[in-house]
Design a protein around this ligand. Sequence first.
Ligand code: SF4
Length: 365
Amino acid sequence: MKSSLLPGSAAGLPYQRLTINPSLSNNRSTVALSIPDQSPMERFSKHHLNVTQLCEQSWCEIKVVYGFLKPHMKRREMRRTAVMTGASIHLARELEANPDAVNVVVHTREDREALKLINLIQMVPALEAGMVVLISHLRFPVLGVLDGVFFLGVVDELYCSKSGELVLSELKTRSHNSLPHPAQAKGHSLQVGVYKLLFDSMVQGSMKRDQLLHYLKLRPHQAFGSELQSYAQKLGLLAVTFGELVDHLLVVLHFCNLQPIDKLCLEYRHQSSGVLIGNREVEFKETQLRAELRDYLAFWRGEREPHGVDIEDIEEAWKCRMCPYEESCEWRRSRLQEVMVEGSKKAKLDGSKSETPNSSRRVPN
Ligand code: SF4
């Protein structure tokens, strides 16, 4: 087993390729869902993970793998009306909260990441003052290393409640006008829990300059593009390179008075009408969350095979019916065949039992 790409991660354990019975393949080409000696991080050239990727993983790991192997299908799924409507509700909320938002042209990856950090730097005093902060996709990252893996995430909303609690709230849109089933809400709870882990470690000063540059593969001496330089100057920031901005951010986080997040909330809205369906508070169970995280990361490190949906579990099996890979999914086909084989074995066993003469049975004369 090659060592993981992730410094600090545990050495991966060997695992076997998911084998599919050739008789099941129905002449379709089988896809290697996992490859021995290559972790998904290596195979899919990932240096860090987005928190949303973890949520997709909690839905179905095989679907995550297909997302990399069949990117055109993933793109098609992302263009679905439901996804686009959800994005527009997010955008409308963001514009409502930030009517003076400006567009800044970015030229390099360093520019793009710097823009996120600039907005983070701007947000800290607003939060310290107890203001509501609504954050857009590119503007406010939570980032850091969890269990040896670098994560990036974007929080929807942070605010101080009337009682002074720091609340993190995530907006979710739904096609049905009802709160989600627990299986659907699992990923949402995971998402806000991981955001809290990242945010808390940031304000507690755990972020390291070298980690940030290393995992994001960014050049510290790269000067900002002219538009970004003017934008930073207008805000009173003296940094002109990415490294200088990171140094500034670390100072801001070190001296800020922000406390860890007190409360995690999920807000559900109807996709087509935008009407509020309901709110849910998420209990933060750190030990359990970290254990779950370790298990999810074991997949990325190649320490175990990917797991798909349990097709015999009524609470889970419906996920496959909504999945764009359902027709070609090797995992599903293999599990269906196993269920059929087990079913026919059981039927044979039941049949032979019913044919066995019962010694205690009274035989009529
Ligand atoms: S069909 Fe089911 S098991 Fe296969 S990728 Fe989709 S959700 Fe996962």
